[in-house]
Design a protein around this ligand. Structure first.
Ligand SMILES: NC(=O)c1ccc[n+]([C@@H]2O[C@H](COP(=O)([O-])OP(=O)(O)OC[C@H]3O[C@@H](n4cnc5c(N)ncnc54)[C@H](O)[C@@H]3O)[C@@H](O)[C@H]2O)c1
Ligand SMILES: [Zn+2]
Length: 357
């Protein structure tokens, strides 16, 4: 099954292609264009560029990717390397790697020379179902995640689930967390389907995996198309995609983005905590909470970390770019498949609930 999506905003358009065994062909075709190509590649997938390594119009920069590369120093270094190699506004930048490479390179491409065409080739499940979709680019600061960034769609996203064969089980689970998030906020049927098929996803059954990736992208695009810049007009806002992320990001920041807790693990804990908050406030009934907890336990997703009770995590929560005046804005659930944005909850109420978990 090949599939493609197309998204158009005011001044940008993006093709999303889902195809098997395709990346090397795609790159071979791309470098035939009479334009300078700059590939920024995660060292873990360097085999993908082996056929285009020594070409005149193609510069390749390898990076050992992890969350800590999303910072201003690495951003500077990449910009300088590209400028030394005489990048111009007619060049194309290609990011090949997981979400950290995609976020960072997207930020480079959308700012360098006031914006250069770019292509994302996501190689983790998380990047395929989430981070490469929707045009958010950015880097972290010690004050929090993604606090510096841009909204700019890549020109193309090329998704090939075959590259996931080398991905660790831990990273597969991290990506799965974003898939289940899409089901929880918007699609009960998809949740039930995942509950039936999750083993096949983890075992890399190509057909099921592609179906999960494609459905996930469809849900994310549904929100992006309605609210590309997260302007929070209604419960159809892109902000719903932040379910699990308010607490998840605070945890990640507390862990200083170290490998002790990856993004999917942090938001898994965040989703369960925010589901519990939804239940304590009386929005989500016990049956739905049990459904969610049951699925997280079966799939072995993380549901707790003692650091959520740490005062530092709470302080970071208050610094979240969405919050102010000791009050928290957060996405909650009404039931599996339905979410809404709750404004101005007193932080004390949240900490009371968290401390009893
Ligand atoms: N922009 C957005 O809308 C958005 C949405 C969700 C998440 N994100 C961001 O995405 C980032 C997380 O992305 P991630 O989980 O992909 O992390 P990552 O890029 O660090 O990749 C995880 C690990 O997998 C390795 N890897 C990548 N592809 C591989 C492959 N095919 N085989 C073997 N190893 C491979 C990487 O080298 C890395 O060690 C976070 O920074 C998060 O904030 C952004
Ligand atoms: Zn996320």
């Amino acid at each position: 099954m090949n599939k493609s999506f197309f998204i158009k905003n005011n001044n940008s358009r993006c093709n999303i292609i889902i195809k098997s065994n395709y990346i090397q062909n795609y790159l071979n075709k791309l470098i035939r264009k009479k334009r300078k190509i700059f590939c920024i590649v995660d060292i873990n997938v360097k085999y993908l560029v082996k056929e285009i390594l020594e070409l005149d119009n193609c510069t390749i920069i390898f990076i050992k990717a992890n969350e800590s590369i999303k910072n201003i120093k690495v951003y500077n270094k990449i910009c300088e390397k590209l400028l030394i190699k005489k990048i111009d506004r007619n060049s194309i930048i290609v990011a090949i790697g997981g979400g950290t490479i995609g976020d960072l390179v997207g930020f480079v491409a959308s700012t360098l020379l006031r914006g250069i065409e770019f292509i994302l080739i996501p190689t983790t499940l998380l990047a395929q179902v989430d981070s490469s979709i929707g045009g958010k680019n950015g880097i972290n600061t010690p004050f929090g995640k993604n606090l510096i960034g841009t909204f700019k769609q890549p020109n193309e996203v090329v998704i090939d689930t075959d590259v996931l064969r080398t991905l660790s089980k831990r990273e597969m689970k991290s990506g799965y967390a974003e898939i289940i998030k899409h089901a929880l906020i918007k699609d009960f049927k998809f949740f039930k389907w995942l509950d039936k098929n999750y083993k096949k996803i983890f075992n890399l059954n190509n057909k099921i995996l592609r179906e999960a990736v494609s459905k996930s992208i469809e849900i994310k695009l549904w929100y992006v198309k309605r609210d590309s810049k997260e302007e929070l007009i209604s419960d159809n806002s892109r902000a719903m995609l932040n379910f699990g992320h308010t607490i998840g990001h605070a945890l990640e920041t507390n862990y200083k983005y170290s490998n002790k807790l990856n993004h999917g693990e942090a938001i898994s804990i965040g989703m369960i905590t925010e589901a519990k908050i939804s239940q304590k406030f009386g929005y989500l009934n016990n049956k739905n909470l049990e459904l969610i907890l049951g699925h997280f336990k079966r799939t072995n997703l993380k549901i707790f970390d003692p650091q959520i009770k740490n005062k530092k995590t709470i302080d970071i929560l208050l610094n979240d770019k969405k919050n102010s005046n000791n009050q928290i804005n957060i996405v909650l659930l009404r039931r599996v498949g339905s979410s809404f944005f709750k404004r101005n909850i007193d932080i004390k109420k949240i900490t009371d609930i968290i401390n009893k978990i």
